[in-house]
Design a protein around this ligand. Structure first.
Ligand SMILES: [Zn+2]
Length: 234
């Protein structure tokens, strides 16, 4: 087991579609021992298992309504109490509103923890658009390509199996623009909220994954468990 360095400090990881949040969260989990909790996965698990909170959530989802903050917050705080979260949590996809953010901070405090930092992956809009709208996938072997960054040798043909490449309708340029607009509009108040509290750490997330993860780790002031650091954590 890695040396115990955690100080019970959780972080929130934020970033627009195409910023590489999932990848960063997975690496960050391995490097820091904090548990990656993706709210979307958590909701699905609750609904599939049919827990009390899952049933409550489903009753709203089935009516096409938003799941109320109270249900969402309960799910998250309950999850953060589980043993695998004792070194802290990397919250992903939550909070989405200022109200949720306040409830999260209060809930963590009640559990004897603190929200340590909010890391925002910053990527210029034109790069995000290329990352999203450039995606193509082989219809036979599912190998992913990007026409701007990792194009196939022959247009729309898979290098590996010769299959045709397709673009998901979700990933068209028009949809990509819309998704980024919605994200920017919805998250702006939240970003300001965390900035005012001095918790926001913006990270330039354009470089390669390893370079970005170093920046993210540093930004969140999270000691790494893999580098053999022995500095005191008191
Ligand atoms: Zn293929």
């Amino acid at each position: 087991m890695p040396e115990e360095v955690a100080v019970d400090m959780s972080i929130v990881l934020m970033g627009p579609p195409g910023a590489g949040k999932g990848t960063q969260a997975a690496v960050l989990e391995r490097r820091t021992g904090r548990k990656h909790v993706a709210s979307g996965d958590l909701f699905r698990a609750h609904m599939i298992k049919g827990t009390e909170l899952g049933q409550q959530a489903r009753s709203f989802v089935d009516r096409g309504e938003l799941v109320p903050d109270e249900v969402v917050i309960n799910m998250i705080l309950q999850r953060a109490k589980e043993p695998d979260c004792q070194n802290g949590v990397i919250f992903d996809g939550f909070p989405r509103t200022r109200k949720q953010a306040k409830a999260l901070m209060e809930g963590l405090r009640a559990q004897g923890e603190e929200l340590g930092a909010v890391v925002l992956l910053a990527v210029p809009r034109d790069v995000l658009l290329k990352r999203i709208a450039g995606r193509q996938t082989c219809e036979l072997c599912q190998t992913p390509y990007n026409i701007f960054y990792t194009p196939p040798r022959l247009e729309a043909i898979c290098d590996l199996c010769g299959g045709n490449l397709y673009t998901r309708t979700d990933d068209s340029m028009q949809t990509a623009r819309h998704r980024l607009d919605v994200y920017a509009r919805d998250t702006f108040p939240l970003i300001e909220f965390f900035r005012d509290l001095g918790l926001l750490r913006e990270v330039d997330a354009v470089g390669d994954v390893d370079a970005v993860i170093d920046l993210v780790t540093e930004a969140a002031a999270l000691p790494t468990v893999s580098s053999g650091q022995t500095g005191s954590v008191a």
